[in-house]
Structure formats: structure tokens, C-alpha cells
Design a protein around this ligand. Structure first.
Ligand SMILES: [Zn+2]
Length: 350
């Protein structure tokens, strides 16, 4: 499983090289063909094997490689780095977090005034992102010549297992790491490429999802698939809440892959949703639904490609996505792998 190396890799939208390199090396034994387009999308084809429809269906399965992060927008005279968000952030989570900056992966910290120096209710106020700075230890606007405006930064978080489990504990248990959205989807897609299917599988590891589904738009046009599945990581919200709050149908860790019926970007193809559900039931796999109407995925771009592409999205639930450390359940990861493998195998019946 590649979740650890993929989670630790640096890959803010548009600088996905490190992630693409790990995936490109991993797919060599399974790929009948592979290529990278001008935007950086990686296409890996695994031709149909076994008895399927003739000619075999061309099925695209995507997972985005990019993660949310920051772009350096200005180097101040005192050496502090101003930055802008790349993708969606809640500014409450940012102060005092460790980050890595630029191609040199310089360590840094998002600045925060210590509690000892605050007055009144300042401790309860959250600044806007454009008032924050990253401290890399520089003291002038040259910053040692190691950072440029336009460089990217992300959280400095190492993958790890929770619950005091010693490694290796097989394929069960909770893990924490950054960028599970969507390195978890990428790791599932890598597992899918290890098996045989009665369809031509075009696995596409896309770029720039977090800034507007940009890579997927190009990839779907280029692939011209008969139908598509989008693998994602979605927000779980299963911790105890104050009495007045409800979970309200948001996915829970351990309840299996979350199937999308509708989000802000698309309405899933009903035949594909029904196939996913009947496959999960036939295989005895848990599954749940993403709460309709929130979020968006690469499906939003893919289903509008060319003359339209029937599409469905399947997500691994994780707590605390778009933040320094998310948590997911490896049982959900493997249930997603197994659901997708069985669904791809049953596609000729559709
Ligand atoms: Zn995502």
C-alpha cells in the first residue's frame, strides 16, 4: 500500500511532480501504456483481460494527486513570507502549524503571537489568512535566496498509525497523515491497477482538482471514456457533538466507502450508483452515502466532457481533511478497493 509515501509527498496543486513520480514507478509492472499530458495528468492504461463485451468498454477511473496548500505571495523586509491559500482552508487551523516551503522543502512555522503577550480577548480572535506569515528563520527580504514569490508550501506532517499499534499491523486500524484528500484515492487506484478486468481501464491521476477540477477537464476530453468513476476522500464527521448538533448524514469512519448521489458539481449516474450498491450488497461490503448537496469532485468536470460521460464518485471518509493531519480507517480503504474491483468486474452486465 502506497498511502504512507503518497501522504508524505509534497504536491500542492500544479506542483504534483513528487506524487506523480511515486505513482509512475509503482505502476510500471501493471501498465500496458502510460503517459503524462502537458498539464501533468498521468494516464495509465490496463487493457481488458478475460471474457467481457467485445470490444471492451473504455472506463476511466480518476483520483486527483494535488493537495491544498499555500503559495508565497510576498517576502517581507523582516524575512516573513506572506502567502495565499491554494484550495479551501479554515483560517482557524493555520496559526503555529509547521510547514515546508518551496522546492528546497525548507522547514517553517506559520507565525503566532504567544498567549503570554495577548491582551483582552485577542486569544479568541482568528486572523484572516492574508494577515498571517510563514517564518522560515529568514531576517531580510532575500530570505537567503532560497524562496521566491510563487513558491508553494504545505503542512509538515508525517504519516503514522494511531492507537499505539506497532507496525506492521496488517490492513486494519486508524492512520493519520496529511493530504489523504486525495492520496487515499490515488492509493486505491494503484491497488485497482493490480487486478484484471473485462474492461479497458484508464486510470487517470489528475492535477489541480483543489483549484477547480482543472486537470480532470482536460483528462476526460483526452480519454473520451464510455463511463467514469471518481475516487475521492470525503469529510467524515463522526465524533461526539454537543447535544444541539446532529451528524446529519455525514459519513462516519468505519462504515465503508461513501457513494455520492449528488453534490454541488454533479448528479451521479443512477445506473452506476445502483451497480455500486448491488455490488456492495452481493459482496457483503459496508457502504454509506455522502450527504447530498455538499462539496464537489472531479466528477463535476468529467461528466460534462465532450457529449457527456456517465459518472459516479466513491469516497473514503476521513476526519479533518484540508488540515495538517487527517485520520482514516484502513478498513474503509480496503473496502473501497474491494468495492471498486468487484464493480469494474461486473461492468459488462450493465
Ligand atoms: Zn479531494
Amino acid at each position: 500500500m502506497y498511502l504512507e509515501s503518497l501522504s508524505n509527498a509534497f504536491g500542492v496543486s500544479s506542483v504534483e511532480e513528487d506524487v506523480r513520480k511515486i505513482i509512475t514507478e509503482a505502476v510500471q509492472p501493471q501498465a500496458d501504456e502510460w503517459r503524462v499530458d502537458t498539464m501533468g495528468n498521468l494516464y495509465v492504461t490496463r487493457k481488458a483481460r478475460g471474457n467481457g463485451s467485445q470490444p471492451p468498454r473504455r472506463v476511466m477511473v480518476t483520483a486527483h494527486m494535488d493537495e491544498v496548500g499555500f503559495m508565497i505571495s510576498k517576502i517581507e523586509k523582516n524575512g516573513r513570507l506572506r502567502f495565499r491559500a491554494v484550495g479551501g482552508f479554515d483560517s482557524r487551523i493555520l496559526p503555529a502549524k509547521a510547514v515546508v516551503v518551496g522546492p528546497e522543502r525548507l522547514p517553517g512555522v506559520i507565525g503566532l503571537k504567544p498567549v503570554h503577550l495577548l491582551k483582552g480577548d485577542q486569544a479568541h480572535q482568528v486572523g484572516r489568512i492574508d494577515t498571517m506569515t510563514i517564518d522560515i528563520g529568514a531576517s531580510d527580504d532575500k530570505a537567503g535566496g532560497q524562496v521566491k514569490v510563487g513558491d508553494f508550501a504545505t503542512f509538515a506532517t508525517a504519516f503514522g498509525r494511531l492507537g499505539g499499534q506497532s507496525r506492521p499491523q496488517g490492513d486494519r486500524g486508524l492512520v493519520k497523515g496529511k493530504a489523504f484528500d486525495n492520496r487515499a484515492g490515488c492509493a486505491v487506484l494503484l491497488e485497482l491497477l493490480k487486478a484484471d478486468y473485462p474492461v479497458d481501464l484508464v486510470a487517470v491521476f489528475t492535477v489541480q482538482e483543489e483549484v477547480g477540477l482543472r486537470g480532470a477537464r482536460v483528462a476526460a476530453y483526452s480519454t473520451d471514456p464510455e463511463l467514469a468513476f471518481i475516487l475521492e476522500c470525503t469529510a467524515a464527521d463522526d465524533l461526539p457533538h454537543p447535544a444541539e448538533e446532529k451528524n446529519d448524514g455525514i459519513p462516519r469512519l468505519g462504515d465503508g466507502p461513501a457513494i455520492t448521489v449528488m453534490d454541488r458539481s454533479f448528479i451521479a449516474d443512477r445506473r452506476l450508483v445502483d451497480l455500486l450498491i448491488s455490488t456492495a450488497e452481493a459482496e457483503g461490503l459496508p457502504h454509506q452515502f455522502k450527504r447530498p448537496g455538499i462539496g464537489g469532485t472531479d466528477a463535476g468536470a468529467v461528466h460534462l466532457a465532450r457529449e457527456g460521460v456517465p459518472a459516479a464518485a466513491v469516497s473514503i471518509p476521513a476526519r479533518y481533511i484540508h488540515a495538517p493531519a487527517a485520520i482514516l480507517d484502513l478498513a474503509d480503504f480496503w473496502h473501497t478497493v474491494n468495492l471498486m474491483r468487484a464493480t469494474l468486474t461486473r461492468l459488462p452486465e450493465l
